[in-house]
Design a binder for this molecule. Structure first.
Ligand code: ACM
Length: 503
């Protein structure tokens, strides 16, 4: 049963009941609690309303506290009546309760502000709710990444995967191989300026993400998508393999073909590979993994594995086994795109990221299943529903369309446990990747990511059996996000599938 007027909450909570009235929000309202979520709430209310609430000792009109008994990890309860209280199971739960409270905040006809009265009880369906930003095809600086973290974490997404290297550029300082950033950091797709993160920049991103309860997963894409490594260290990378599709696609786009040792600014794929039989290639991988692991408090390190189209299968499998073992030696859990599941001896516990279609093709399902056989688990990123860089419509000016055209409804209507033939418990959750071939600014990233990231957030957070997990309910609730996103300066795409609220 779909409620006629669901509370305007995205993602839909486990349970929510709406009260009749509203709690006025004025400068007289005080917020009490011993948590970083208190100033985060005060700042967000001010950005939205111009009203600065006061931080105070309890008793106060809005109280935040932690009680692990209230919900599962990351969960919370929220009640708004004459006063408001958020009880988090932990700090993350408190932060998510604050995001829900902010969605109950509305401007009334007379310009005053109030909170809709409600009781909410909530906790996530999946522990893994992610978004990926490709900072390799186009580079996005620390402040842009922070803004992306703000927008994503407000949807209760809790992992940020940064795609730090690709054919077009290398984006992270590695002290033991300094030419990576010196020679391969300055370029980007289309001849645009590149950039890279110093270790301090990267630490700043990781700390900022942690303050919004997001874990950063760094990815170095290997053994393919490595042309830029060869610009810095030619001896590590094979000569480009020019397949027919690359030649045809490059001609269609008017992009030059890759040339060994020279920057590649097109976006053809599948032509590059590190030299799998060179001992020095593993010195390189070991050093990069060691330095990245040191910068990474989170448990995961992503080693790529997609689209090594010119690499002989036996070589690819050998590399997959070696690179995942190197990550384990460095004390981290490897994550890899599903192709690495072709390797029988991939390190035990490796997490696979499935990017095939919602109806798997070719060997994709078998490759994904291997991660589960090896004691690992899966993240679902089906390219025909969860990819944020596909166009909303054929004529949308940004994005690509190779995996399909993904309107908001298509992004919303898929189920993570129905894609692969693996036990439900093997599905860690969902990640929505944004590849940046066509996005040159953060505003362009936002136009592709929002509102579709909200669809993926709901799929990952909300109970499958919730009466609100329907397109009609989502569509109505999503429309209510507009004033909040506008107040936060998020350049979302105002898709005509949605009726967007003014206030
Ligand atoms: C991918 O889209 N190549 C993972």
């Amino acid at each position: 049963m779909v409620l006629p007027h669901p509370l305007p909450l995205v993602p839909a909570p486990v349970s929510a009941t709406a009260g009749e009235g509203r709690m006025p929000v004025t400068a007289a309202i005080r917020v009490a609690g011993d948590s970083p979520a208190v100033p985060q709430l005060i700042d967000a209310v001010e950005r939205r309303t111009g009203i600065r609430l006061a931080q105070a000792e309890a008793p106060a009109e809005i109280t935040l506290r932690i009680d692990p008994a209230v919900a599962a990890s990351e969960g919370y309860t929220l009640s708004v009546g004459e006063t408001a209280e958020i009880v988090g199971a932990d700090e993350a739960g408190l932060f998510y309760g604050v995001q829900t409270l902010l969605q109950l905040l509305r401007e009334d006809e007379d310009g005053s502000w109030s909170l809709r009265q409600a009781d909410v009880s909530d906790a996530p369906r999946f522990p893994r709710r992610g978004v990926m930003l490709d900072v390799a095809r186009h580079f996005f600086g620390v402040d842009d990444v922070k803004r992306f973290i703000d927008a994503a974490s407000a949807l209760k997404l809790n992992h940020l995967h940064l795609h730090l290297s690709d054919d077009q550029g290398w984006r992270i300082e590695i002290a033991s191989w300094p030419l990576l950033t010196e020679r391969a950091g300055a370029t980007a797709a289309g001849g645009d300026p590149g950039g890279f993160y110093t270790k301090d920049d990267y630490r700043e991103i990781v700390a900022y993400a942690a303050s919004r309860h997001m874990i950063v997963i760094p990815e170095i894409d290997l053994p393919g998508h490595t042309h830029a490594i060869g610009v810095a260290y030619p001896e590590l990378v094979e000569a480009p393999v020019l397949n027919d599709e690359l030649i045809a696609e490059s001609a269609r786009l008017g992009q030059p073909l890759p040339v060994a040792g020279e920057p590649y600014l097109g976006w053809g794929v599948g032509h590059s590979s590190v030299r799998i039989h060179e001992a020095r290639a593993y010195d390189f991988v070991r050093d990069v993994v060691r330095e990245l692991a040191k910068l990474t408090p989170g448990p995961y390190l992503h080693v790529g594995g997609d689209e090594s189209l010119g690499t002989p299968q036996a070589d690819f499998d050998l590399f997959a086994e070696r690179v995942t073992a190197i990550v384990v030696e460095a004390g981290k859990t490897p994550v890899a795109w599903h192709e690495m599941g072709s390797a029988p001896g991939i390190a035990e516990g490796t997490v696979g990221q499935y990017w095939g279609r919602t109806t798997p093709e070719g060997t994709h399902a078998e490759e994904a299943a291997r991660f589960v056989e090896r004691g690992g688990a899966l993240i679902l990123s089906p390219s025909n529903t969860a990819y944020l860089d596909m166009k909303y419509a054929e004529d949308f000016p940004l994005g690509l369309a190779w995996a399909g055209v993904i309107d908001v409804r298509t992004a919303y209507e898929w189920e993570p446990t129905a894609v692969l033939d693996v036990p439900d418990a093997a599905i860690l959750g969902v990640e929505a990747p944004l590849w940046s071939e066509t996005t040159r600014t953060l505003a362009e990233v936002e136009r592709l990511a929002f509102p579709r990231a909200a669809a993926q957030a709901e799929i990952a957070w909300s109970p499958r059996e919730s009466p609100e997990r329907t397109w009609e309910s989502f569509r109505a609730r999503l429309g209510a996000m507009a004033p909040l996103w506008k107040a936060e300066g998020i350049d979302f795409h105002p898709s005509a599938e949605i009726t967007w609220s003014d206030r």
